[in-house]
Design a protein around this ligand. Structure first.
Ligand SMILES: Nc1ncnc2c1ncn2[C@@H]1O[C@H](COP(=O)(O)OP(=O)(O)OP(=O)(O)O)[C@@H](O)[C@H]1O
Ligand SMILES: [Mg+2]
Length: 357
């Protein structure tokens, strides 16, 4: 058993109109008696794809060698081009109606992107009901102060490789924060601007529900790359999702909505899909507003339980984990085509007094 022969055998495994070897996907081979260990670099990080390639590799090697044990590890190959600024893409996750799953989607999306090797930040902009510390098992954490170029900045809390900042880190979790609009927007602004984010591929912002001053303050502070609107298929949620879309489309805001996510689309009971909140609401809204439907996420007990114990479902190497990997690929594709088509979003000048500062 030698490397040369193994490489020859592996040429039978095809990937993207080429074979594993000629495409340069085999990064490492180690042989120890009858054990072969391979590191394979791939662009498609879904569990389904990994399983397919792993079983094809095993198939061809086991045909050639008797009693061989094969371990295949995958490395995810990043293809996006980088620019020089520190934060490449800032994406707001919004809804209209409360409780439709913004924070759940934001945390799982952040982890799915991080799992693929991107550097990801997540701001919990829900000043009144921060939930990201709980979902990342980071309750009670306190961001430390760091000195950067003679400026005092806060270091984000890092959990599962994601850099997190939340107003929840600055308050006693048991007390509701009873701030008024201007104070809340000031706190949000500070969290965004006075955090040592370092280089990020994606900064996600989990917004509070609605279309309030916080939202205006946010677009005033940041150059958003785009917004994602989350909805359930239920008519009351769709009405509010449309309001959120309209807000981003307003002439003085003009933030591209890079996609819709329908959450709680169905619940699988005894292998049958039950459409508890209605059916195809996201699809219909996507068609009528001409906005891409990025994903339909099932209502699933494990998603809720995983969020509650602070280990989002996207961490799992399961079909459920893959739902969020697929979502993150759709999000990346949509961001990439948005970045090709449109110039960087400018910060919004808000001329009327809405109590923002
Ligand atoms: N796909 C899902 N399957 C099961 N439970 C879900 C799903 N999405 C969200 N949940 C649960 O629904 C509840 C509300 O979700 P979440 O807090 O993410 O909503 P939200 O839109 O951020 O709410 P708010 O408007 O209050 O910020 C949570 O308990 C969460 O665990
Ligand atoms: Mg929330």
């Amino acid at each position: 058993m030698d490397k040369e022969k193994i490489l020859n055998v592996l040429k039978q495994v095809l990937i993207d109109n080429n074979n594993l070897v000629d495409s340069g996907s085999i990064k490492n081979i180690s042989i120890d008696n009858n054990n072969i260990k391979l590191d394979v670099s791939i662009e498609n990080p879904t569990l389904q794809f990994k399983n397919k390639i792993r079983s094809e590799i095993k198939g061809v090697l086991e045909k050639t060698y008797d009693n061989v044990s094969i371990v295949v590890d995958f490395m995810i190959n990043k293809t996006e081009e980088k620019t020089t600024s520190d934060i490449q893409n800032i994406i707001a996750i919004s809804s209209g109606k409360g409780g439709v799953g913004k924070s759940t989607i934001s945390s799982n999306l952040a982890i799915a992107l991080q799992k693929q090797g991107f550097s990801v930040g997540l701001i919990d902009a829900d000043i009144y009901g921060p939930s990201i510390p709980l979902m990342f098992d980071a309750e009670g954490e306190k961001p430390k102060l760091v000195n950067k170029n003679n400026k005092s900045l806060m270091a984000p809390v890092i959990s599962y490789g994601v850099k997190i900042m939340s107003i929840g880190f600055f308050s006693d979790g048991s007390n509701a924060i009873v701030w008024r609009g201007p104070m809340a927007t000031k706190a949000l602004k500070q969290m965004i601007e006075q955090t040592d984010w370092g280089k990020l591929d994606y900064l996600l912002i989990d917004l509070p529900p609605g279309t309030s001053d916080i939202h205006l303050s946010l677009v005033q502070t940041l150059s958003l790359t785009g917004a994602i609107v989350v909805t359930t298929p239920q008519p009351v949620a769709l009405i509010d999702a449309r309001k959120a879309i309209d807000m981003f489309k307003m002439k003085q805001i003009n933030v591209p909505v890079i996609g819709l996510i329908e959450n709680m689309s169905w619940c699988l009971i005894d292998n049958n899909k039950h459409y508890i909140f209605g059916r195809d609401g996201g699809k219909n809204l996507s068609a009528s507003e001409d906005i891409l439907l990025l994903a339909e996420i099932p209502l699933n007990q494990s998603i809720r339980e995983a969020a509650d114990i602070g280990r989002p479902a996207a961490l799992q190497e399961t079909e459920l984990g893959d739902v969020f990997v697929k979502l993150s690929q759709q999000v990346r594709d949509s961001i990439n085509s948005r970045n090709k088509d449109l110039p960087k979003t400018k910060k919004v000048e808000i001329t009327h007094n809405r109590g923002c500062n």
